[in-house]
Design a protein around this ligand. Structure first.
Ligand code: NAD
Length: 252
């Protein structure tokens, strides 16, 4: 079904989970603003979408920069129509133990995840409120429950959950839902980098992770895209303020 609410923005969509979400939303019938730090890096995602008959535009923007976010949202509105779907997916890690963590490691992670989701949501909310329809999906993580070497990332991802629930309270009466997806181990460049940091081959790192996951495999970006597709659908209008763990098993 082609949605009548046609425009989405997916941040951090040049690769990994964001690219899979953008591609999936395009195949669901939405025009997609494929946003990432480097516009050129978005070309692969945009080309995949257009080759499949979808509509997308590459947008270079830093989600942690207020002016950059404002420009990006205006551009998507001009080229694809006012956005009524936002997936706050852009993310970074700066993992290290607390005693070694620099203030810059803390600030960088907070800036991309929390400040970024705040700036993007604030910039897009008015078109959602005007349309009396909107869907915001925020990427949290199982790390929100606490993870060694990730005090910054865990705090940011737990913060995403409180942010999401507050958006749900504020925007619900305008037809806008807000939900969080909390992925477990997903095979992307982010987890490749984590394996490198701990000195493991990616194959070994994945095998160890999979052995601890009830469904006995690590996740793929498409697992997250599938959940996002449900949450942004028009039929999911009574699901709001939820955190959905997509981790191959239950989490506390
Ligand atoms: P990734 O590193 O492959 O991709 C992240 C993308 O975000 C990159 O393209 C990067 O350029 C972009 N980005 C970073 N800073 C940005 C900024 N300031 N402005 C715009 N774009 C920016 O990561 P991924 O694994 O695809 O992760 C996507 C999201 O899912 C992140 O929020 C991550 O924290 C979360 N997540 C990932 C996993 C996992 O196992 N991979 C698990 C839980 C949560």
């Amino acid at each position: 079904m082609v949605s009548k609410h046609r425009t989405a923005i997916v941040t951090g969509a040049a690769r990994g989970i964001g690219a899979a979400v953008a591609t999936r939303l395009a195949s669901d019938g939405l025009a997609v603003g494929v946003l990432d730090l480097d516009e050129e890096a978005c070309t692969g995602t945009v080309d995949a979408i257009t080759a499949a008959g979808g509509q997308a535009v590459a947008v270079g923007a830093d989600v942690s920069d207020e002016a950059s976010v404002a420009r990006a949202v205006v551009r998507v509105g001009d080229e694809l129509g006012s956005p009524t779907v936002l997936v706050n997916n852009a993310g970074i890690t700066r993992d290290t133990l607390l005693f070694k963590m620099a203030v810059g490691d803390w600030d960088a992670v907070m800036a991309v995840h929390l400040r970024g989701a705040f700036l993007m949501s604030r910039a897009v909310q008015s078109s959602m409120v005007d349309a009396r329809f909107g869907r915001i999906v925020n990427l949290s993580s199982t790390s929100a429950l606490g993870n060694r070497g990730q005090v910054n990332y865990a705090a940011a991802k737990a913060g995403m959950q409180g942010f999401t629930k507050s958006l749900a309270f504020e925007l619900g009466k305008f037809g806008v839902t807000a939900n969080a997806i909390a992925p477990g181990f997903i095979e992307t460049e982010m987890t490749v980098a984590t394996a490198e940091r701990v000195g493991a081959s990616f194959a070994d790192f994945k095998a160890v992770a999979a052995a601890q996951i009830p469904v006995n495999r690590v996740g793929q970006p498409e697992d997250i895209a599938h959940t996002a597709s449900f949450l942004i659908s028009e039929g999911a209008g009574f699901v709001s303020g939820q955190v959905i763990y997509v981790a191959g098993g239950p989490k506390d």
